[in-house]
Design a protein around this ligand. Structure first.
Ligand SMILES: Cc1cc2nc3c(=O)[nH]c(=O)nc-3n(C[C@H](O)[C@H](O)[C@H](O)COP(=O)(O)O)c2cc1C
Length: 360
């Protein structure tokens, strides 16, 4: 297969297989409302096959950072409506990543007074808050009822996203945030139906995906996982347990017929990812993680050798609004500037030049 050929992921029809990876950029202010700048940023990148938005919080206590957008208030929903319209006007497709931070936050950030997680186990380290660095708090362990209320917040947020005109949602089960915290036996020490065995630890994520699918249609729902990522103290170091947990997860997801499975793992073509893909029995979006930016050669090879249906590309889409044109014509790329990844304003956000601009 060719990286530049069309593909369908559930209800999502992509013009090519270059997917903009979810990328937190913190340009949505204290109120978490994506404004014109955010709409411009995404619209500039509308020629990728699919845009997956930055991680967006589905309820107030799940906010991880100041500047992160939400999909809770009417203003936030209207902001996303303008983003979706801007992307669609350029012929693009866009799904919203629903991200619950769980314990990766602080009351000084979310302003709610409590931080939640599967269990009262804190991350060993410090979090940057508006009042300086502080130790990560010990999270309040969600009760079974509270976990179900959180699930309902995912559902309501997915409905708001679709009502705002987005093409679907991606459930963030990766990178050490709440849903990933449920999967690991280190961050999840519960004794109810959501803790203990691999099946129980996978249950919450399966229930969230099931409920969101019932609400907006499975063909509009993707899910992201990052097995063995070992990030933010969500440790998955026992290979047998990883297998058992993710096998249980994929067995629960397969019957839903989700639009796609997105996996962040350093070896997308390796045994674990390819086994999970077969178990999922649907389209795979691959990404090899943070160690080095995804290259054109890597993306061409993953698709050419049929290791994935599409490739999520992060940093090079940040730096190249016209990455598909550059890659298809084998043109040179702009280099990303990490200093502006999480900064404010247009610099390093909407001012990376296109090829066309460079030719003038
Ligand atoms: C600035 C930045 C922000 C990110 N934010 C998110 C996010 O909100 N959600 C997520 O699932 N992954 C996030 N990631 C991970 C990316 O989606 C991607 O997996 C990573 O950048 C590796 O891909 P790349 O080598 O093509 O950049 C982020 C990465 C970067 C560099």
């Amino acid at each position: 297969m060719d990286l530049f050929s069309p593909v369908s992921l559930g209800d999502l029809q992509l013009a090519n297989r270059v997917v903009m990876a979810p990328l937190t950029r913190l340009r949505s202010g204290d109120a978490g409302v994506p404004g014109e700048l955010v709409a411009d940023h995404y619209a500039q990148r509308a020629t990728v096959g699919l845009i997956i938005t930055e991680g967006t919080f589905p309820n107030a206590e799940s906010r991880a950072w100041v500047g992160q957008p939400g999909i809770v208030t009417d203003e936030q929903v209207e902001g996303w409506r303008r983003v979706a319209e801007a992307v669609h006007a350029r012929g693009g497709r866009i799904v919203l990543q629903l991200m619950h931070s769980g314990r990766v936050s602080h009351p000084d950030i979310n302003g709610v007074g409590r931080i939640v997680g599967p269990s009262a186990v804190a991350i060993d380290g410090e979090v940057r808050t508006p009042t300086g660095k502080q130790p990560f708090p010990v999270p309040h362990a969600l009760t079974t009822e509270e976990a179900r209320a959180t699930l309902a917040d995912f559902v309501a947020s997915a409905q708001r996203a679709v009502a705002a005109g987005l093409d679907g949602v991606e459930i963030h089960g990766a990178n050490g945030y709440l849903l990933h915290q449920f999967l690991s036996p280190v961050s999840n020490q519960r004794t109810d139906v959501y803790g203990g065995s691999p099946e129980n630890r996978a249950r919450f994520l399966i229930e969230v995906a099931t409920a969101v699918s019932e609400a907006i249609g499975a063909g509009k729902v993707g899910i992201r996982i990052s097995p063995q990522h070992n990030i933010q103290d969500v440790f998955e170091t026992d290979p047998a347990d990883v297998r058992a947990t993710y096998d249980a997860l994929l067995d629960g997801l397969r019957p839903l017929g989700l639009a796609y499975l997105s996996v962040l793992h350093q070896e997308p073509s390796g045994e674990l990812v390819q086994d999970l893909r077969r178990r999922f029995d649907g389209p795979l979006i691959a990404n090899s993680g943070f160690s080095s930016p995804t290259t054109r050669d890597e993306a061409v090879q993953l698709i050419g050798e049929a290791h994935a249906e599409a490739v999520a590309v992060g940093r090079l889409v940040i730096a190249n609004p016209d990455l598909v044109e550059r890659w298809s014509g084998e043109h040179p790329e702009n280099a990303p500037d990490p200093a502006t990844f999480y900064a404010a304003g247009a610099e390093g956000y909407t001012d990376y030049p296109t090829l066309a601009a460079g030719r003038h």
